[in-house]
Ligand binder design. Structure first.
Ligand SMILES: [Zn+2]
Length: 247
């Protein structure tokens, strides 16, 4: 694996480096492990880039990413797509506004599919991203068949996150860097709510008035945190120094 060389200088290079960097950093932040994936829609809208089924998320190589169309056909690469590829393709098909999708099996998120009468509401300011709600998809199986992908996209609807019963979650965003930052905040918000529940106290989510007060510029915030985590990843030897991962 040539993880330390620059990606090919072509129009897909920036996408590939963003996906590989985000994936490695999501492992660093204990959101991804041996499974789950980040997908990014490519220009033109009807193809997306995603890793293959088996390459390690901890050392993902941009040169090995696959390009797949919305019908699940691999149009670049010769390795096996992820088992749950249809999850990405059907979300991209249903949501033209979505440019990046994360699927992961975060334990903390799964825990909220195992409790009665607890909704994953915004507890922390950054979680206003999910103010419209976080629906739970009732089918716990791997999302492998077309109709399962369609059903998950229906559960997600217009929201920016969905949980999958006893299985995991999906997040959607306008770019890979934004998706990565959202994943950090989603985990932090779930942790905050779990901390309250574990203290045996009644959660007090942010109310509508408080949510309406939050007006942080998203683009600035994403760029600032992306830069911080890229530097953190490079310092830790997780992101090769010669990767160009600016936004
Ligand atoms: Zn899964």
């Amino acid at each position: 694996m040539c993880a330390t060389k620059n990606p090919p200088v072509d129009e897909l290079g920036a996408y590939a480096q963003h996906i590989a960097a985000a994936t490695r950093m999501l492992v660093m932040e204990e959101i991804l492990d041996y499974s789950g994936h980040v997908a990014a829609r490519l220009p033109g809208g009807d193809t997306f880039m995603v890793q293959n089924a088996t390459d390690s998320r901890a050392e993902l190589d941009p040169d090995r990413l696959l390009v797949i169309d919305l019908d699940g056909k691999v149009v670049r690469g010769d390795t096996q797509p992820p088992l749950e590829t249809v999850l990405h393709s059907e979300i991209f098909r249903a949501r033209p506004d979505v440019q990046a999708v994360l699927h992961c099996h975060l334990e903390l998120a799964i825990a909220f599919t195992l409790m009665k009468d607890v909704e994953l509401k915004p507890m922390r300011a950054r979680a206003v991203r999910w103010k419209s709600g976080v629906p739970t998809h009732p089918d716990p199986r791997l999302i492998r068949r077309h109709e399962q992908g369609v059903a998950l996209a229906e559960t997600l609807g217009p929201h920016n996150a969905a949980l999958i019963r006893s299985h995991g979650m999906v997040l959607v965003a306008e770019s890979v860097p934004a998706l990565f930052i959202d994943a950090l905040h989603f985990k932090a918000n779930a942790r905050a709510l779990m901390t309250v529940l574990q203290a045996g106290k009644e959660p007090v989510p942010m109310n509508e008035e408080e949510i309406a007060m939050i007006d942080s510029p998203r683009e600035f915030h994403v760029a600032k945190l992306w830069n911080f985590y890229i530097r953190k990843g490079k310092s830790a030897g997780i992101i090769p120094e010669d990767w160009s991962t600016g936004i």
